[in-house]
Design a protein. Structure first.
Length: 249
């Protein structure tokens, strides 16, 4: 959810700057001067300090209208800032600099958005793009289900725990429990069976109660599809380990 909000904010910011820049460009005034090609050209010369004679207020003909809207005010603020920082001569140079910076900002925003999307695809947060998340980097869970008696669940659990993939580790614990129950003939294992089927096959009342609770934990953690903290994972592991020890007696 936080990722969606961040993407929406970045896209909104990009569109806002784009529309604001377009609106600002539309306000430019066209050149209405005509070219006189018939009059004689008289060469004039000026002293180096001639500008000093025209610094009085009466010679200031350029009047900036008050900016309308927050984007125009923001752009004007940046324009004034750039003129002071870079000692620019006029607003034209400031506008060119703002255009260059705006393009750089747009490019950075696009790169950030692409990076976030790619990162989301490559890790577990890609669930909101592709739907239900599956642990593709792990062994094919269907192959493991079909061959639980030949699977080294202890090694798989250690690897999943090391990677902090606690959901998958609980999945392995559950299959390991089914393996132990099947090998001691408490249940008749079948890939197509449900938790309820296995519960009904258990004759030992204590074993049935504990298995029912661990099945609940498994369903809650695995099918809940939300990350679990290490503390909650440790508590669930204790339940599975206790039941495994009970089955092996």
């Amino acid at each position: 959810m936080r990722l969606k909000r961040l993407l929406f904010f970045l896209l909104f910011l990009t569109l806002t700057f784009s529309f604001g820049q377009t609106a600002a460009n539309k306000k430019s005034i066209g050149d209405t001067l005509t070219i006189d090609r018939n009059s004689a050209i008289e060469k004039r010369s000026y002293t180096e300090d001639f500008k000093d004679n025209y610094t009085a207020e009466k010679y200031q003909y350029e009047v900036d209208a008050a900016p309308n809207g927050w984007f125009s005010r923001l752009k004007q603020w940046f324009k004034d800032l750039f003129i002071k920082l870079f000692q620019l001569n006029n607003d034209v140079e400031a506008n060119k600099l703002i255009d260059i910076i705006s393009r750089i900002v747009y490019l950075l925003i696009i790169i950030i958005v692409i990076y976030i999307i790619v990162k989301a695809i490559l890790n577990k947060e890609g669930r909101w793009i592709f739907g239900r998340y599956s642990d593709k980097k792990s062994l094919n869970i269907q192959d493991i289900e079909a061959n639980i008696h030949k699977t080294d669940f202890k090694t798989l659990i250690e690897q999943a725990s090391k990677e902090e993939n606690y959901r998958l580790a609980i999945r392995y614990y559950y299959l390991w429990l089914l393996k132990e129950l099947s090998e001691r003939e408490y249940i008749d294992y079948d890939v197509e069976k449900t938790n309820s089927d296995y519960i009904n096959e258990l004759n030992d009342a204590s074993l049935k109660t504990k298995f029912s609770y661990t099945s609940y934990l498994y369903n809650y953690i695995w099918y809940g599809e939300f990350p679990i903290e290490k503390l909650a994972y440790t508590e669930a592991v204790n339940r599975f380990e206790n039941l495994l020890n009970l089955v092996r007696k």
